[in-house]
Write a new protein. Structure first.
Length: 152
């Protein structure tokens, strides 16, 4: 395992924070680090959720997962389900680093995961304080596992 040196410098003359990555080459590890930093610093746009004739303005951290069903994207909370007028790929770009895609039809909130359970049908994600669950595609399992272990 290769270790990185992390250094923080305080500069009173700076107006904004700046992150510099010094590396001998631009490789997959650097690319992944840039992606994580960009996701963490991205501002979340205001999301509007719909249920019946009402519009809701929920904190994205309350969302367990987003799932496509019948050509609509549904946002699931512990107790409820809402429709949102964005596609999953749009949400992927809008949401902060606490969200990750786990299949062609689902994005989950990493902070609300209770467990990953292997079954004959695949890996099931179970959520805290909820009976809701969603399946992880094989293609997305390793990136999910890596993110959970790094979060640790």
């Amino acid at each position: 395992m290769v270790f990185m040196k992390v250094r923080v410098e305080i500069d009173d003359d700076l107006q904004n924070k700046e992150i510099v990555i010094r590396t001998p080459k631009y490789d997959a590890e650097v690319s992944q680090l840039v992606d994580v930093l960009n996701a963490q610093t991205r501002e979340v746009q205001s999301l509007v959720f719909y249920k019946g004739d009402s519009e809701y303005y929920l904190d994205p951290s309350d969302i367990l997962f987003f799932e496509t069903e019948n050509r609509q994207v549904h946002a699931h909370t512990v107790d409820d389900e809402y429709v949102i007028h964005h596609r999953l790929y749009e949400l992927e770009m809008m949401l902060t680093g606490e969200f990750i895609r786990i299949s062609k039809s689902a994005i989950i909130n990493l902070h609300n995961i209770l467990s990953l359970t292997r079954s004959v049908a695949g890996v099931v994600v179970k959520f805290q304080d909820s009976n809701k669950q969603v399946y992880v595609s094989r293609r997305y399992y390793r990136p999910l596992k890596d993110r959970l272990e790094r979060r640790g």
